[in-house]
Write a protein that binds this ligand. Structure first.
Ligand SMILES: [Zn+2]
Length: 460
């Protein structure tokens, strides 16, 4: 039966896959700094016969690893970056690992490796059954700052794809066809003039004032945008002591909206706010545009394919130990755990998700740079249960689960689902044709235009 060889192969490689995901978990790296994760992942793919290119699209920690030839060309979108402030031991209480800042609080150690498992399994079945097609593993850096794939796309890494699939660890087994938000990321850096804040403040021009006035302006701007727009910020630099007028201050903004065009429009208005703040405070403004991404454009035809695979592939039961771990962590957010139980119709004593959700049509207010690939080729996005039910997004509970066997089981299940997706794309060309028709209808045939201009440098 189609898929059996791939599933067996994934089980055969399971030890190597789990080892790689744990190694990445133990060595979390920030956006554009995923040198180890990139190297280790590339080594495993090379060992198993993939043609590996490091630096795909000009991004140093990106991978493009291919096997096979001809059409269909199928992309598997792995990620491997971690989050700051989410270092955590593998235990059921919050306990950062001493001396470690980053942690896999979004489970990308499972994310990147699940796609490796998929292509390894798929490759074995393609060889055994003489199936034609090209499968490409993409190691995509810096998803946590939402620009890795956009830079890769600018560099042409995804050109020629017929379709792509992206898995993300989650609390449920679910295919989501709702759209996430498009985004722009920008840092406003103000340069003023320092002075003694008590002695001669009249000689100072405060960069921090400019940051604060920008925030005031942005607050008023929020009143005059549509309700679906999100504008949020953090001050990353604001001076050193109250008695020194800060001559340097920086504020980092995200602008999000359901459509790329809306983001561009509000972004231009936010720039006017920052320029106004610079004018008022007699400081100099430097605009550091960090990049942006598209909203996702999901595909109903592909959603059905993934949903069927999820239902067809058996899930491993959770062990007593895993359930105990989940129960202990659910105590930190019982409301969230209860909300998920209700939404998913789970029994009152469920601690981790079991089953498959119906296809979800609701969008969410987050963003992902998978959106950029979704505007290049028909793309589908799905999740499997890799955490306890009450794990909030970007949390220590997720770091802990992602390093445990709960995460590993979700990862292997995802590998099998994606291998099956790949086989369906190869064996049922009529489905891919239908998916392309949906894609063409939604994009109106417009070619992808990268939100990041050519003169913006790729971060290192
Ligand atoms: Zn993530």
């Amino acid at each position: 039966m189609s898929g059996n060889t791939a599933y067996e192969a994934i089980e055969k490689y399971r030890g190597e896959l789990e080892e790689l995901s744990l190694k990445i978990w133990e060595n979390p790296e920030g956006p554009y700094k995923e040198h180890n994760a990139c190297k280790w992942t590339a080594e495993l793919l090379e060992k198993h016969g993939f043609h590996v290119e490091i630096g795909a699209g000009g991004v140093p920690t990106a991978i493009k690893a291919s096997f096979g030839e001809g059409h269909p060309v199928i992309g598997f979108l792995g990620e491997y970056d971690a989050l700051p402030g989410l270092s955590q031991e593998k235990c059921t209480v919050q306990k950062p690992i001493e001396g470690q800042v980053y942690g896999h609080g979004c489970g990308h150690n499972l994310l990147g490796v699940a796609h490796v498992g998929a292509v390894l399994g798929l490759k074995d079945e393609m060889i055994e059954r003489g199936l034609k097609g090209t499968i490409i593993y993409y190691g995509c850096p810096a998803e946590e700052v939402l620009t890795g794939k956009s830079f890769m796309a600018r560099g042409g890494a995804f050109d020629g794809l017929d379709t792509a699939i992206a898995f993300h660890p989650g609390t449920m087994n679910v295919v989501d066809v709702g759209n996430s938000l498009a985004l722009n990321s920008v840092k406003f850096h103000f340069v003023g003039k320092t002075a003694h804040a008590g002695g001669d403040p009249h000689n100072g021009r405060s960069a921090l004032d400019a940051v604060e006035i920008t925030s005031v302006g942005a607050n008023y701007l929020r009143e005059h945008v549509t309700t679906d727009v999100r504008i949020h910020y953090v001050i990353t630099e604001g001076g050193t002591a109250p008695n020194i007028v800060p001559d340097s201050a920086t504020v980092w903004y995200y602008v999000r909206a359901p459509k790329r065009e809306k983001v561009e429009e509000v972004y231009q208005r936010l720039i006017k706010v920052a320029e106004g703040a610079a004018h008022m405070t007699e400081t100099k403004l430097e605009i550091n545009f960090l990049g942006g991404c598209y909203q996702t454009l999901n595909n109903h035809v592909l959603a059905k394919v993934v949903h069927e695979a999820m239902n067809a592939i058996p899930q491993e039961p959770w062990s007593a130990e895993e359930i105990k771990m989940a129960r202990e962590m659910n105590q930190f957010d019982p409301q969230l755990a209860e909300a998920i139980r209700k939404a998913a119709n789970l029994p009152a004593d469920a601690e981790i998700f079991t089953g498959v959700m119906p296809i979800v049509n609701e969008g969410n207010a987050g963003s992902t740079d998978v959106g950029d690939v979704a505007y290049i080729a028909p793309t589908i996005f799905f999740s499997t249960a890799c955490y306890n039910l009450g794990a909030p997004g970007h949390s220590w509970q997720i770091t802990s689960s992602s390093g445990s066997s709960i995460g590993q089981k979700g990862m292997i299940y995802a590998s099998k689902i994606m291998a099956k997706f790949g086989l369906d794309m190869i064996e049922k060309p009529e489905i891919l044709k239908e998916a392309k028709a949906e894609f063409d209808e939604k994009t109106g045939g417009a070619p992808y235009k990268c939100p990041i201009p050519d003169d913006i440098k790729i971060p290192e």
